[in-house]
Design a protein around this ligand. Structure first.
Ligand code: DQA
Length: 143
């Protein structure tokens, strides 16, 4: 399959730019999505975006990505630390998945140290800020 990416952002990431800017920066989700679309396009890869605050909607998006996208870049937000359902959805598809966290979750509260996704992800980008999304796209380009 030709490379194509679905970028998924989970709960509260729709508030980027206004939410805890000292942790997550000043760029809005729209800014971030456009950066990712442009970055991927520069590498000849199409990238679609999806954001939801709802666990089941994210599960649906992952299921529906089957046979459509070769790769997923996902920042599952707080569901990273709780969602077996998102883990199982990822296990149920063939797409290669890269996990991104804007902040360094390991220097934050202990409940953010465990991810249900990291051990089944192809790669994990943590604490790089917004450039972490672009690094994940670069990794897909380099595969
Ligand atoms: C986050 C880290 C999560 O712990 C948190 O719940 C988020 C954002 C990040 O990008 O740093 O919503 O995934």
């Amino acid at each position: 399959m030709k490379k194509s990416i679905l970028l998924i952002n989970g709960p509260n990431l729709n508030l980027l730019g206004t939410r805890e800017p000292e942790t997550y920066g000043n760029q809005t989700l729209e800014d971030v999505e456009q950066l990712c679309v442009d970055h991927a396009a520069g590498m000849g890869i199409s990238l679609a975006t999806f954001q939801s605050n709802h666990e089941g909607a994210i599960v649906d998006a992952i299921q529906q990505s089957r046979d459509v996208y070769s790769h997923i870049v996902i920042n599952p937000g707080a569901y990273t630390h709780t969602s077996i359902a998102i883990r199982d959805a990822i296990l149920g598809i063939d797409a290669r998945v890269y996990e991104v966290h804007i902040s360094n979750v390991h220097e934050r509260e202990p409940f953010r140290h465990h991810s249900y996704i990291s051990d089944i992800a192809k790669g994990v980008f943590i604490g790089m800020g917004i450039p972490g999304y672009l690094a994940a796209i670069d990794a897909i380009g380099a595969e």
